[in-house]
Write a protein that binds this ligand. Structure first.
Ligand code: SF4
Ligand code: MG
Length: 335
């Protein structure tokens, strides 16, 4: 199967008061049609920036310095603003954490769905109106004919996120980028929105790029996962491999910080000590070395590449060159 999206050795820089900063460095991954791929990491790790770059929405201060993004064999890095605009909403659409910022506050929500449709598919007003109501019903909005006339502020957060999903999916895009789609919602609504995205994905074969810090959402939705740290992918694998046998010390730390049932009586799960480095002061060598319990002298000097260790399993750590990573994994399990 061919790749739907391919990101290759991407480097993204932002211009600011302190000069240019590199916020994404050497990021490569691919998404197959219909697949859900998650990018997971702490805030500021570059995961949202990567997804905005795919949409061509880095803004005036951001730019792709190196590498490329291709979607359906079109090089997006070389595409004109007009080509990108045509692609956004029809082939690739995006939903964000807070729908209020992307919904128009003074337009009834039915009209907003119609506009998306008319813009890209040139439907008639009547067809668009009917499709908007059908779509609202599909995303689980009760009494869609009435709700179509409502304004965004009249709806709850969960309902607004359903409307965003309706807008994002109305043109049947091949890729949906969802940046923290459930973070602002309470747990019950989160589960409903995840289920909704999965149902619609199964119906339409839409691929999803999920951007999140929430490993619970990753476990529920993703087929493949890339873990980002300080602007780089440090590990990527299928979801089972990543949760069962993470090999990068940072991924292992993330997994250890998930509260487990057996840990509840024992108090809080351990967090990773130390802090995410600032973009202005990246550590030399391996960017995780100041926080890594296994760091050796060489880790401070030499930056590891993302190394292939198995089928679509890649790890950016010197330990994977030896068998020590396996010993760490065992050590972690028996702790
Ligand atoms: Fe830790 Fe060294 Fe691996 Fe970096 S390369 S994660 S410092 S062991
Ligand atoms: Mg973000």
């Amino acid at each position: 199967m061919g790749e739907l999206l391919k990101v290759e050795r991407l480097q993204i820089a932002f211009r600011g008061d302190q000069g240019e900063t590199i916020s994404v460095e050497d990021v490569s991954f691919a998404i197959q049609p219909g697949e859900t791929m998650a990018i997971v990491g702490e805030s500021g790790c570059g995961k949202s920036v990567t997804s905005l770059a795919i949409m061509g929405l880095l803004g005036a201060s951001g730019s792709i310095k190196r590498g490329y993004i291709s979607f359906l064999d079109t090089n997006l890095t070389a595409a004109s603003e007009q080509q990108l605009r045509k692609m956004r909403g029809s082939q690739v659409s995006m939903i964000f954490q807070e729908p209020m910022t992307s919904l128009n506050p003074v337009m009834p929500i039915g009209r907003q769905i119609e506009e998306a449709l008319r813009l890209h598919l040139k439907s008639s007003r009547k067809e668009a109106r009917q499709s908007a109501i059908d779509m609202l019903r599909k995303v689980g909005i009760p009494r869609p004919e009435t709700i179509a006339k409502a304004y965004p502020h009249m709806l709850s957060g969960g309902m607004r996120q359903r409307v965003m999903i309706a807008i994002a999916l109305i043109c049947q895009p091949k890729l949906l980028i969802a940046d923290e789609p459930t973070t602002a919602l309470d747990v019950t609504i989160q589960a409903q929105i995840i289920e909704l995205m999965q149902t619609l994905q199964a119906e339409n074969g839409t691929a999803i790029l999920l951007v999140t810090h929430d490993l619970g959402v990753v476990a529920a939705m993703a087929d493949h996962v890339a873990v980002m740290y300080a602007g780089q992918i440090v590990e990527a694998a299928d979801v089972y491999t990543l949760f069962r046998s993470p090999r990068h010390p940072y991924t292992q730390g993330l997994m250890n910080s998930i509260p487990r049932l057996d840990a509840i009586s024992g108090g809080r799960a351990p967090a990773i000590p130390g802090q995410v480095p600032s973009l202005h002061e990246m550590p030399t060598g391996c960017r995780f070395h100041p926080r890594c319990p296994y760091a050796e002298a060489s880790c401070r000097e030499l930056q590891p590449e993302l190394m292939e260790t198995g089928d679509r399993h890649r790890v950016r750590c010197w330990l994977t060159e030896t068998s020590e990573a396996d010993q760490i994994a065992v050590h972690r399990d028996t702790r």
